[in-house]
Write a protein that binds this ligand. Structure first.
Ligand code: AMP
Length: 281
């Protein structure tokens, strides 16, 4: 595996590979890698000829008072994991390489970025869309792999890619979980042992909501209430939101119908965790 920190160098290597007829798979991350990230790398490895992963903690997508400075980093461990997952090129640009001057150009995606995470973190998705547009421009034509764990992020990236005719096929991969159901996340490192023991309640609540719908519940308020009760019964959990929406439009169908997604955001001490599950009526 080769590590590259300079935009022009990565472009040159990938242009050369494509000119030789090789396909490119791309996995953008913020590092502190776990098996969720590795699953995206393995998918890229099996689908494409040259796998590039990026590690960049993107300041644009953190709001004031969020965990930008505390965000966990461990490049040595990440390098080992990326090698084991079959990555060929690890792109690790410094902030000054990505943003040498104040950013005057941003990408914002209306509608799909407005509710849920967008409501709780108002500048988050513009930061994500901007860095992903920039990374897609640097990497060039490719298949790009994202985790369904960040379900709304995938929708934002897909819509941006389509609206801007970017030469990228966006691929969503399933959420990887710990044995007790907790979705893997770099932010799980913030959890105290007590919070870690309580955190699977998020997935439990989402699955209970999905089970209620599968059993015939069609009232979105009842599903929200059920999930909120389960989360609020856990003293260490602080509910941000628990919602059920149409998986494509992010609107709330009433009565519930079609392809639905249940999504929740919950704080445990310093950690703000998100998760989601799908159910079809
Ligand atoms: P992050 O480093 O948190 O920005 O995540 C980088 C990519 O990994 C995103 O596409 C995430 O959705 C994906 N990802 C994070 N956690 C998981 C997980 N538990 N399972 C699958 N993909 C994940």
């Amino acid at each position: 595996m080769k590590s590259v920190a300079i935009i022009a160098e990565l472009r040159a290597v990938l242009d050369h590979q494509r000119a030789a007829g090789r396909s490119v798979g791309f996995v953008p991350t913020m590092g502190y890698l776990h098996d969720g990230h590795a699953s995206l790398m393995r998918a890229a490895r099996s689908d494409t000829d040259v796998v590039v992963a990026s590690i960049f903690v993107n300041p644009l997508q953190f709001g004031a008072g969020e965990d930008l400075d505390a965000y966990p980093r461990d490049l040595d461990r990440d390098t080992e994991l990326a090698v084991a997952a079959g990555v060929d090129l690890l792109f690790t640009p410094a902030v000054e390489e990505m943003y040498p001057r104040p950013v005057l150009t941003t990408v914002s995606v209306a509608q799909v970025s407005e509710g849920l995470e967008g409501a709780s973190r108002p500048t988050h998705f513009a930061g994500v869309a901007t860095v992903v547009a920039k990374l897609f421009s640097i990497v060039g034509p490719c298949r790009a792999y994202f985790g369904a764990k960040d379900f709304q992020q995938v929708a934002v990236v897909r819509r941006m890619t389509e609206d801007l005719s970017l030469p990228v096929a966006v691929v969503a991969c399933p959420t990887r979980r710990e044995p007790d159901g907790l979705a893997m996340s770099s932010r799980n490192v913030y959890l105290t042992p007590e919070e870690r023991a309580a955190a699977p309640v998020v997935y439990t609540a989402l699955r209970s909501g999905a089970a209620a719908i599968a059993a015939g519940e069609r009232d979105p308020a009842a599903v929200r209430e059920l999930m909120a009760q389960i989360i609020q019964a856990e003293p260490l959990a602080q509910l941000d939101y628990a919602e059920v929406v149409d998986a494509d439009s992010f609107t709330v169908p009433e009565p519930l119908a079609g392809n639905l997604r249940l999504l929740a955001a919950v704080r445990f001490g310093r950690a703000r965790l998100i998760d989601n599950v799908g159910v079809t009526v």
